[in-house]
Design a protein around this ligand. Structure first.
Ligand code: MF3
Ligand code: CO
Ligand code: CO
Length: 304
């Protein structure tokens, strides 16, 4: 138990009478039934089977796939903004799932997580110490929580994948700092993308920024190629991995989605098989964009 005037683990330099160490920790809530998608909305191949991505998608995408990814990426960005605007104390993560699900249907898109490898809901909602893949449930958000909303949208035969971490009401300084540094980690990762550059430049830039601020980088979960398939080659580590020596080429599309932890970045998985929480119960934040390598740099496909 934290004593008054102990330094907070969140490394803000401040002293806290109460801190996250006092929190009981997140517990699984009740998960409602999967939401329905009308038959006139084109669904990915796994929607009916609960399978995963197929192998063999080319890393360099043809122009028509890039054009479709640009449009789908914008849809995902708009749905993330709309759902994020509903984050508030008292709102359940299942309500956020409903808002995002209905936003997909409104634009004729399929919410990619739904039945992907059997995932039961339309988005991922990751609260506080959840690193990623949190399942929306009936727990109302509480003032002081942080919540990541991860939206992946399938339209025109391609996926767009983006996420952001939101504050629920007023949030402590340390968590706000974590969120800001994580946002900067994504920006720096994106700035490290360009033709001819090694993929490892992305993780190097992210890790350098995170560790400089006293945070740590999650290693188990990485960015991924994306296009007609949800998860494809290449894997994009968010730490420096000299083995990630792939040279980037124009037309390659992948996500950058750093998960940055306040303490130990290792995870434990809940019995639901999905929810990844930090082993030490300390908070974790994440931001994600889908990007394309261009002739002279990088294009963010899930931007505004
Ligand atoms: N959108 C997540 C990612 O960034 C993946 C979610 S997998 C799901 O890669 F099954 F949970 F949807
Ligand atoms: Co992703
Ligand atoms: Co995502």
């Amino acid at each position: 138990m934290l004593k008054a005037n102990d330094p907070c683990w969140c490394r803000s330099g401040r002293k806290f009478k109460r801190c996250h160490k006092d929190e009981p920790g997140l517990r699984p809530g009740r998960i409602g039934p999967p939401r329905a998608v009308p038959a006139d909305i084109a669904a990915p191949h796994y929607a009916a089977t609960g399978g995963g991505s197929r192998r063999g998608e080319p890393m360099v995408k043809p122009p028509e796939v890039l054009a479709a990814m640009r449009r789908t990426g914008k849809l995902a960005a708009a749905i993330l903004a709309e759902t994020g605007a509903a984050v508030a104390p008292g709102v359940t993560t299942d309500e956020l799932d409903r808002i995002a699900h209905e936003a997909h249907l409104r634009v004729g898109a399929y919410p990619s997580p739904l039945n992907y490898r059997g995932f039961p809901k339309s988005i991922c909602t990751s609260v506080n110490e959840v690193i990623c893949h949190g399942i929306p449930d009936d727990r109302p958000l509480v003032e002081g929580d942080i919540v990541n909303l991860d939206i992946t949208t399938y339209a025109e035969g391609v996926h767009g994948d983006t996420n952001a971490t939101f504050c629920v009401g007023r949030v402590d300084e340390g968590s706000r700092r974590l969120i800001q540094v994580t946002r900067e980690c994504l920006e720096r990762g994106i700035a490290a993308v360009g033709p001819g550059r090694p993929l490892s430049d992305i993780g190097r830039a992210i890790e350098e920024h995170a560790t400089r601020h006293g945070f740590s980088v999650v290693r188990t979960f990485v960015g991924h190629g994306i296009g007609r398939e949800f998860h494809a080659e290449p894997s994009v580590p968010h730490y420096y991995d000299p083995a990630a020596d792939l040279r980037l080429e124009p037309g390659m599309t992948f996500t950058i989605e750093p998960m940055i932890a306040m303490g130990d970045p290792r995870e434990r998985i809940w019995p639901d098989g999905w929810t990844a929480v930090t082993v030490d119960g300390l908070r974790c934040a994440q931001f994600e964009h889908t990007v394309a390598v261009t002739d002279d740099g990088v294009e963010v496909l899930t931007g505004p």
